[in-house]
Design a protein around this ligand. Structure first.
Ligand SMILES: [Zn+2]
Length: 245
C-alpha cells in the first residue's frame, strides 16, 4: 500500500508493443497531458526488429538490428516532439511478444520505478465489429496489453508479487487510473483540438514505417479524431476505456 498522505504524483506510464503505436493511439493525449505538467514515460515492449517490408526475401540478424536501431531513433525523436520525458525499450523480440510473467515483471518494474499514477495501454480484446482491420489485432499488441493490465493489478501494488523487485528496492505502487486504447467500450475522451498537430509531427518522425509523405494518413487520422470527438461533444478526440483503481 502507498501511504495515504502521499502527494499525488503527476506521472503517466504509456506501455505499447512497438515504436509508433503510442503516436497512433494516444499521441495527442500524451502531448496534452505533458502540457498540463504530467511527466510521461513511454515503455516499448519489443525491439522493433520486425518493422521491415512484408515482402522481404532475406532477413538476418544484422537487418533486424539495423531496423531496430532506426526505429528506436525515430521513437526517441517522436517522444521529444510529444514532450515525453523518457523512453524505455524492454527489447523483447518484435513479432514474438507473449503475455509472459517475464514481460509482466518488466512492466511492474517500470510502474514501481516511475510511481505511475496513470497508465495507458493497448487493448487485449479482439473486436471484429463494425469494421476494424486485422492490423488492429497484432498479437504483440494483445500481449503487451494483457501483460500491462496484469501488471497494474495486482502485481504493481502487491509486494507479495515479484518479491525480487522488492529486493531491488522497488516498493509496491498503486496505479490509480488505467486508460485502454481501442477497447470494445469507450467511456472517456481527451479533447485533442490543441494537440492534434503535435501528434502528426510526432508521426512524421517514423519515416521508416510511414514514409516521407504522410498527407493521406494525416487526413485519415483527422477524420477519425473528429468522428471520435462527436460522440463526446468535442471537436476532436482520442478515446479510451478508463478504469479507476
Ligand atoms: Zn504496433
Amino acid at each position: 500500500m502507498t501511504s495515504t498522505g502521499e502527494e499525488r504524483p503527476q506521472t503517466v506510464l504509456v506501455v505499447v508493443a512497438h515504436p509508433d503505436d503510442a503516436e497512433f493511439g494516444c499521441g495527442a493525449t500524451i502531448a496534452a497531458w505533458a502540457r498540463e505538467g504530467w511527466e510521461v514515460t513511454l515503455v516499448i515492449c519489443t525491439d522493433g526488429g520486425s518493422g521491415g517490408p512484408d515482402d522481404a526475401t532475406a532477413v538476418g540478424p544484422e537487418e533486424r538490428r539495423q531496423i531496430s536501431r532506426t526505429r528506436k531513433d525515430e521513437q526517441r525523436a517522436a517522444a521529444e516532439v510529444l514532450g515525453i520525458k523518457e523512453v524505455v525499450f524492454l527489447d523483447f523480440p518484435d513479432g514474438q511478444l507473449l503475455p509472459s510473467l517475464e514481460l509482466r515483471r518488466a512492466i511492474v518494474r517500470q510502474i514501481r520505478r516511475t510511481r505511475a499514477y496513470r497508465v495507458i495501454c493497448q487493448s487485449p480484446d479482439r473486436v471484429w465489429t463494425p469494421n476494424y482491420s486485422i492490423g488492429r489485432f497484432h498479437p504483440d499488441h494483445l500481449a503487451a496489453a494483457e501483460a500491462t493490465i496484469a501488471a497494474v493489478y495486482p502485481a504493481a501494488q502487491n509486494g507479495w508479487d515479484f518479491p525480487d523487485l522488492l529486493a531491488e528496492g522497488l516498493a509496491p505502487s498503486r496505479v490509480r487510473e488505467l486508460y485502454v486504447m481501442g477497447a470494445p467500450h469507450l467511456n472517456f475522451a481527451v479533447d485533442i483540438a490543441e494537440t492534434f498537430e503535435i501528434k502528426l509531427a510526432a508521426l512524421r518522425c517514423h519515416v521508416s514505417q510511414l514514409g516521407e509523405d504522410q498527407s493521406e494518413l494525416a487526413e485519415r487520422l483527422r477524420a477519425w479524431a473528429v468522428e471520435r470527438g462527436e460522440a463526446f461533444g468535442m471537436p476532436m478526440a482520442e478515446t479510451f476505456h478508463r478504469v479507476e483503481n
